[in-house]
Ligand binder design. Structure first.
Ligand code: GRF
Length: 235
């Protein structure tokens, strides 16, 4: 059973998609802890699902190092295999990222490496981008820069404004993040560290469980992840 911690700062819609996904008996993954850096709305979703929550407020600590020490204590106590960032609005220090190298993953609302950081949807619109989307990547010390695990493209429509585009991307995030977690839990994706270097291995297979909006029997690699399929083809 893959044990997950989910770190949030806000509404927690990605958290909710992970809660619904991991609640299925056929999915060998469980969320054991939800952590927030503020009284995030998403904490109520975890509590409603009977998941332990904890808020660690950085303003109560003298510096980032002591705040992260508390985070580390909570994470290590929960004995988690993977730390999922889901709208966690804090940049984690290089030493924190190194400590959990290969164990922290994040969902980002753009086709990385495009549009790292904030306001991704507006920046894509301002650039006249034809394709936008979301990415799940491994977290390293560089912001939004770690190896990409999976992506989903969303076509930009001429009538799009920021909110419309964000809503369509978010709907895909809610499928992509659970699919990646399912693939990791089923051993279809393995993330290893070799002398401080990340190594990502993939094999094809059935992703356990069901994700609303996806076909009943999902296969890894996802057909909608062109970058991912390309990497596989080049092996
Ligand atoms: C999502 O768009 C995610 O990609 C980004 O932050 C947002 C979090 O939304 N990292 P929610 O709290 O999961 O609804």
């Amino acid at each position: 059973m893959l044990r997950l911690a989910v770190l949030i700062s806000g509404r927690g819609s990605n958290l909710q998609s992970l809660i619904a996904y991991t609640a299925q008996d056929t999915v060998p993954a469980m969320i054991v802890k939800v952590l927030a850096d503020k009284p995030a709305a998403g904490l109520a979703l975890a509590e409603a699902a009977g998941i332990e929550t904890e808020t660690i407020d950085p303003s109560l600590y003298p510096d980032r190092a002591s705040f992260e020490e508390s985070l580390i204590t909570a994470i290590d106590k929960a004995k988690v295999d993977i730390i999922c960032l889901a709208g966690f609005m804090r940049v984690l220090s290089p030493s924190f990222c190194r400590r959990y190298l290969g164990k922290i993953i994040n969902i980002h609302p753009s086709l990385l490496p495009q549009y790292k950081g904030l306001n991704t949807h507006q920046r894509a619109l301002d650039d006249g981008a034809k394709q936008h989307g979301c990415s799940v990547h491994i977290v390293t010390a560089e912001l939004d820069d770690g190896p990409i695990v999976a992506q989903h493209q969303v076509a930009v429509n001429t009538a799009d404004d920021q909110d419309r585009l964000a809503a369509r991307v978010l709907a895909e995030e809610h499928k992509l993040y659970p699919a990646v977690i399912g693939a990791i839990a089923a051993g279809l994706i393995t993330i290893r560290t070799d002398q401080g270097q990340l190594r990502l291995d993939h094999r094809s297979g059935a992703i356990p469980g069901h994700i609303p909006g996806m076909e009943q029997h999902m296969q890894w690699p996802l057909p909608t992840c062109p970058f991912h399929s390309k990497e596989m083809a080049e092996k």
